[in-house]
Design a binder for this molecule. Structure first.
Ligand SMILES: CC(C)[C@H](C(=O)O)[C@@H](O)C(=O)O
Ligand code: SF4
Length: 460
C-alpha cells in the first residue's frame, strides 16, 4: 500500500498493536515545561514508578518566566514556586533542564529545533498544544495531556489511535509582503477552527517547499488552531541544512547516514489522504484577525464579514468591532512580536528591515520578545537591537511573555494588541485585552503607524 509521510514515521514507531484498537507508539523525545509537568511527576512519585528514560527528556522554563531582570529572584510567588518545582523534579530524576538564565533557555518550541534536538522522522511530545511546531522537520510531534506526560515518563510510549490523514497543498508564488504567518492565517480563515479534527495534516506544494525552516515552523505551529492533532512537512535540503552542525544533531558520517534515511521521508506519489484541500498562493494576502478565534481572519484590506449568529456577534462585541467594518486606520496601542509562532531570528529580521530608520508611533507600546537566548544573542550580533531601540521598541528577555500572560507581560483591559502569537481568545493576553493576530511585518508596521495600515502600499 502507498504510504503518506505520516504513515512512514508512525509505522516505524509502533511497538505493539491491539487488533482493531489503539497502538503503542514509541516516543523519541519528550519535552517538558513548568506548567504541565508537576502533576505528572507527582503521580509517578506517588505510585513509586521511576522515570524510564530520563535522557530522552529535555526541560525548559518558559511560560512563567519574567522577561525583564531575569538575573533577579522572581517576584511572583506562583511563578517562582513553579520554577523551583521544575528544578527539583529535574535534578531528582536526572533530567536535563535549561532553566532561567541557562544559555539554552527559551520557549520549548523554539529551543528544541535550534539545538538540533528536533530531527526528521522522530516522534516528539510535550504537554503543550503547540508541539505541532516540530512537524516542520517531518517529525510526528503533538501536544499531550498531563496523564499522558506521566505515561511517557513511565514507559517512553503512548497508547494512541492513529489519526486520519489530511493534505493541504498550496501552489504558486506568494505576493510581496505575504509571510508564512499569512499563509496559515489564510488557511484557517478558509477552513475554520475544527476542519482538522481527528486529522494529522501534511502541508505540501511549492509554497512550503520554498519556505525557510522558520516559516515552516510558523505554519506547523498553528496547524492545531484548525483543530488538527498536528501538522508536518516533508524534510528536504532546507531541512538538512538547518539541522546540520546544531549542538545535538548527528555529526560527520552519522549525519550523512541520517540524511539518507531522511530522504525517504515523503508521501508516496499515489498515497491517498482521507481529506485534501488545495489553495492558490496568489489568492493569499497579508492577514489579520478581527474576532476571538484564529479562524476569524481577513485580508487586511477586506471588511469584517456579515454573519448572523450569536457567537459571531458575541465575539465582535468583545472586540468592539462592527460587521462590515474595515480595520484599516484602527488605532492600536500595543504591539507584541514574540511567541513560539513568530519569535525566531527571521521574524525579527523582517520586523527590523521594516522599522529601520523609522520611529514607533507615540501611542504604541511595542514589546519584542525573542523565543530564546540564542535568538536574543543573534539579534545583538546582527545589530538589530540598535534598530529596535533607536525606533523606541522595547526588547525584552526570552519567554512566552504576552502570548498568554502567565507572567507580568499583560495587555491592559480594553486595549487592542496586534500580536504575532497564535491565539486571540478572550482574555488570552490579559483580562479584557483584545488580540489581533498578524505577521511580524504587519505588527512592525502597526507599531510605526500607531494604527492598522495596508502594508502592501508601504513596501519598497
Ligand atoms: C500552558 C500550556 C498547557 C498551553 C498549551 O498547551 O498550549 C500554552 O502553551 C498555550 O499556548 O495555551
Ligand atoms: S509561546 Fe504561547 S503558544 Fe507558545 S508555548 Fe508559550 S504560551 Fe503556548
Amino acid at each position: 500500500m502507498k504510504k503518506t509521510l505520516f504513515d512512514k514515521v508512525w509505522d516505524k514507531h509502533v511497538v505493539d498493536s491491539i487488533p482493531d484498537g489503539p497502538q503503542i507508539l514509541y516516543i523519541d523525545k519528550h519535552l517538558i515545561h513548568e506548567v504541565t509537568s508537576p502533576q505528572a511527576f507527582n503521580e509517578l512519585e506517588k505510585r513509586e514508578i521511576p522515570i524510564f528514560r530520563p535522557q530522552q527528556i529535555i526541560a525548559t522554563a518558559d511560560h512563567n518566566t519574567p522577561t525583564v531582570d531575569q538575573h533577579l529572584p522572581i517576584k511572583d510567588e506562583l511563578s517562582r514556586n513553579q520554577l523551583e518545582q521544575l528544578t527539583k523534579n529535574c535534578s531528582k530524576n536526572n533530567i536535563e533542564l535549561y532553566g532561567l538564565g541557562h544559555k539554552n533557555n527559551g520557549i520549548v518550541h523554539v529551543i528544541a529545533p535550534e539545538l538540533g534536538i528536533t530531527q526528521p522522522g522522530m516522534t516528539m511530545v510535550c504537554g503543550d498544544s503547540h508541539t505541532s511546531t516540530h512537524g516542520a522537520f517531518g517529525t510526528i510531534a503533538f501536544g499531550i495531556g498531563t496523564s499522558q506526560v506521566a505515561q511517557v515518563f513511565a514507559s517512553q510510549c503512548l497508547l494512541l489511535t492513529k489519526p486520519k490523514s489530511m493534505r493541504i497543498s498550496v501552489n504558486g508564488n506568494l505576493s510581496k509582503g505575504v509571510t508564512p504567518k499569512d499563509v496559515v492565517l489564510y488557511i484557517i480563515s478558509k477552513l475554520g477552527t475544527d476542519a482538522g479534527t481527528g486529522h494529522f495534516i501534511e502541508f505540501a506544494g511549492d509554497v512550503f517547499e520554498n519556505m525557510s525552516m522558520e516559516g515552516r515552523m510558523t505554519v506547523c505551529n498553528m496547524s492545531i488552531e484548525m483543530g488538527a492533532r498536528g501538522g508536518m512537512i516533508a524534510p528536504d535540503q532546507t531541512t538538512y541544512n538547518y539541522v546540520q552542525n546544531r549542538e545535538f544533531a548527528p555529526k560527520g558520517i552519522d549525519f550523512e547516514n541520517k540524511v539518507k534515511e531522511w530522504k525517504l521521508l515523503k508521501s508516496d506519489i499515489d498515497a491517498v489522504f482521507d481529506t485534501e484541500y488545495q489553495f492558490d498562493a496568489s489568492d493569499i494576502a497579508p492577514m489579520i484577525t478581527y474576532g476571538t478565534n484564529p479562524g476569524m481572519g481577513i485580508k487586511i484590506t477586506d471588511s469584517i464579514p456579515e454573519e448572523d449568529n450569536e457567537s459571531f456577534e458575541k465575539s465582535l462585541a468583545y472586540m468592539g468591532f462592527q460587521k462590515g467594518e474595515s480595520l484599516i486606520n484602527k488605532e492600536i496601542n500595543y504591539v507584541f512580536i514574540g511567541s513560539c509562532t513568530n519569535s525566531r531570528i527571521e521574524d525579527f529580521r523582517i520586523a527590523a528591515e521594516y522599522i529601520n530608520g523609522k520611529q514607533k508611533a507615540k501611542n504604541i507600546n511595542a514589546w519584542l520578545v525573542p523565543g530564546s537566548h540564542k535568538v536574543a544573542n543573534q539579534i545583538k550580533e546582527e545589530g538589530l537591537d540598535k534598530i529596535f531601540t533607536k525606533a523606541g521598541f522595547e526588547l525584552r528577555q526570552p519567554g512566552c511573555s504576552a502570548c498568554l500572560a502567565m507572567n507580568d507581560d499583560k495587555i491592559p483591559e480594553g486595549e487592542y494588541c496586534v500580536s504575532t502569537s497564535n491565539r486571540n481568545f478572550e482574555g488570552r493576553q490579559g483580562q479584557g485585552a483584545k488580540t489581533l493576530l498578524a505577521s511580524p511585518l504587519v505588527a512592525a508596521a502597526t507599531a510605526v503607524e500607531g494604527k492598522i495600515i495596508d502594508i502592501t502600499k508601504h513596501l519598497n
